[in-house]
Ligand binder design. Structure first.
Ligand code: IPE
Ligand code: IPE
Ligand code: MG
Length: 258
């Protein structure tokens, strides 16, 4: 069977893919199991998608694993998720190194339990010299938290005279976000048929192509990823310009018949 992978134009890959991994709870419920069962199976999808992105040569993959708002879930779900996180990271570091994958974390680490923080820091250090895929885990992350933190840091630097208010532009603002150093995502995928952003990368998604699928996260596999990338490659990204302007900017062999 020909895989969708063969249809992907490797010259036009998104360099950064972001994913809202949603639907673990509903997947478990469909099977008459508790929510944690869904989260455990969600890890299989994480493995498959990370591998899929690394194989394709994607440079950045951001996975939304736990939001600031998710701390308000029932205690047993929150502690189960934290344990799963620590266990998974411990198990996967070796594979990350084998595949030259560098781990990054974005989010409010002060909210994380100490044992999880320690495990994460170790994994960050252990993978820091890898030069392949950058795997960015959004943990205890929310975009409003990130933006407010950025504003606080900017205010401090203005107060201390390190930063001139009139010099603040997109580039400077971006350098205060926890995603500084990463390009904006070109493709954002959300699973489970929910059509919302749920406090994820609000600033960075300004011109990202959004892709929504009904597939629940524990069922999401490489073929679903390829489908999303193919859909992305069929789109025309205009960034506010007109279609003919965009066509003129494209290399001749890339021009579509208008
Ligand atoms: C996504 O699945 C994982 C996390 C938010 C941690 P959910 O747990 O939100 O699953 P649903 O949306 O309730 O099905
Ligand atoms: C978004 O999913 C957060 C993560 C996937 C980590 P949620 O399930 O928390 O989002 P809402 O509540 O449906 O918007
Ligand atoms: Mg959900």
């Amino acid at each position: 069977m020909e895989s969708l992978k063969d249809k992907i134009d490797l010259q036009r890959l998104p360099s950064h893919i972001a994913v809202i991994m949603d639907g673990n709870g509903r997947w478990a419920k469909e099977k008459g199991q508790d929510r944690l069962f869904g989260h455990y199976h969600g890890v299989e999808s994480v493995r498959d998608i990370v591998e899929g992105c690394a194989e394709l040569g994607i440079e950045y993959l951001t996975l939304y694993a736990f939001s600031t708002e998710n701390w308000d879930r029932p205690d047993d779900e929150v502690s189960g998720l934290m344990e799963l996180l620590v266990e998974t990271i411990k198990k996967e570091v070796e594979t990350l190194n084998k595949n030259n994958i560098r781990l990054h974390v974005i989010g409010d680490m002060d909210m994380m339990p100490d044992y999880a923080k320690a495990e994460l820091n170790e994994a960050l250090a252990d993978t820091q010299s890898n030069t392949g895929l950058n795997l960015i885990m959004a943990l205890s992350y929310s975009s409003r938290w990130e933006l407010i933190e950025a504003v606080k840091k900017i205010a401090k630097d203005v107060e201390s005279g390190k930063l001139q208010p009139q010099s603040i532009d997109h580039k400077i603002f971006q350098s205060y976000l926890c995603t500084s150093g990463f390009p904006d995502p070109e493709l954002m995928i959300r699973t489970s048929g929910e059509y919302r952003i749920s406090n994820f990368l609000l600033y960075q998604l300004a011109y990202t192509e959004l892709y929504f699928t009904n597939v629940l996260w524990p069922d999401f596999r490489k073929e679903n990823l390829y489908e999303a990338i193919l859909d992305f490659q069929r789109r025309e990204r205009r960034f506010g310009k007109t279609s003919s302007q965009i066509q003129q900017e494209l290399p001749a062999n890339d021009q579509k018949v208008l």
